[in-house]
Design a protein around this ligand. Structure first.
Ligand code: FE2
Length: 377
């Protein structure tokens, strides 16, 4: 069945977007060992060193490494002392996403507008300054222990933000072609999808552009429901998943069990050439879900003409789906930590604005195989 994505909201002239977002500024992960995690993302994903914050820069309780590839910035943060919220977060959730930081023109207004509409404050507007200028940041809580930070950095020329120093280690790798965050998916508890949809509508002015029910997304076992939330200009998209009843345990339930609650399930990263990017990522040791080769037998009749040769797609395990506006190519990694929690998606859009509904069956069957091997199905 063709998928149509709802058009971005056309606000009447009088109705201003109360939370204008310019995209994802960075994603911060709380991890057990930030030094090693930064090395992993550099070696395998192709990030470059950007900035460092820790005891050497006057920060006593943590160490953070900011790394960058094109418009994609990750921050890996670890606690270096006990009795610290970062250490507690890692103890409870394992390595995972703590903050999805969003770029704004006015972080004070973003905080005022969202908290006025019911958002729970995480960080009151705070101005950070150094020799390179100023950054204003604020934040609100979202699902689980995850937060959204609002980052205003127009008057800042330093490498990352005050508190950080330029990080220039001897070791660097080359880019794998990863460009920016396409979307960021949250897993929430039973019957919690609609309350979180309402949160994104009411508190952040987002709109539901796509919905999947358990009939769209269920294999024999592993069912889930999902709604995709988008901000007004479509730069920021947050699909929200909740588990659904199936024959056995839902993949979202497995996540909730091991993450000890709600959190980010996957971050989808855009590339301009998925074959080249995935070839390089696999060469560097990143593990992807195995897709049965029979998937490619039906592909030409399902999606029609595509520019890419079928052979490399099949060899690398890249999936293809079409909607009314074009097609997309996507692939999913295995979890990047020992807990079956956070993973990544690599996506190349060729017109399509949807999320690969036609691939859900093949994908979830591949996922279930992994879940079964872990004894969690
Ligand atoms: Fe995705």
């Amino acid at each position: 069945m063709p998928t149509t994505v709802a058009a971005p909201k056309k606000a009447p002239a009088a109705e201003q977007d109360f939370l204008p977002l310019e995209g994802t500024d960075y994603i911060e992960f709380y991890v057990g060992n930030a030094k090693q995690a930064a090395h992993f993302y550099k070696s395998v994903f192709g990030f470059q060193s950007l900035a460092y914050s820790g005891p050497e820069t006057g920060v006593r309780d943590r160490a953070s490494y900011a790394i960058r590839q094109n418009k994609l910035t990750f921050v890996l943060t670890t606690a270096i002392k006990i009795d610290n919220p970062i250490a507690d977060h890692v103890y409870k959730h394992g390595d995972g996403v703590k903050a999805i930081a969003l770029r704004v023109k006015d972080a004070t207004s973003a905080w005022k507008e969202t908290t006025k509409r019911g958002g729970k404050s995480y960080l009151e507007p705070k101005t950070l300054t150094d020799d390179h200028g100023k950054v204003v940041m604020s934040g609100i809580h979202t699902y689980g222990e995850t937060v959204h930070l609002f980052i205003e950095r127009e008057d800042y020329t330093g490498p990352f933000m005050p508190g950080f120093e330029k990080w220039e280690p001897a070791f660097e790798t080359t880019s794998t072609g990863l460009q920016y965050v396409d979307h960021c998916v949250g897993n929430v508890g039973w019957n919690q999808m609609n309350p979180w949809v309402k949160f994104y509508e009411d508190v952040m002015g987002f709109r539901n552009i796509l919905s999947f029910d358990d009939k769209d997304i269920s294999t024999e076992y592993s069912a889930l429901m999902s709604k995709v939330m988008s901000n007004g200009n479509g730069f920021v998209k947050f699909p929200i998943n909740e588990p659904a009843e199936g024959k056995k345990k839902s993949q979202v339930e497995e996540y909730l069990d091991f993450y000890n609650g709600e959190g980010v399930q996957h971050v989808a990263i855009a590339t301009k050439d998925i074959v080249e990017t995935v070839e390089e990522l696999q060469r560097r040791g990143l593990e992807f879900l195995n897709i049965p080769s029979t998937y490619y037998d039906e592909l030409p009749s399902r999606v029609g003409h595509i520019d890419e040769d079928l052979e490399p797609l099949k060899r690398l395990g890249i999936l293809v789906d079409r909607d009314d506006e074009g097609y997309l190519l996507q692939i999913f990694t295995k979890p990047v930590e020992d807990r079956p929690t956070l993973f990544f998606e690599i996506i190349q859009r060729k017109g399509a604005k949807s999320f690969g509904k036609g691939n859900f069956k093949a994908l979830f069957e591949a996922l279930e195989k992994e879940q079964e091997r872990r004894g969690n199905l």
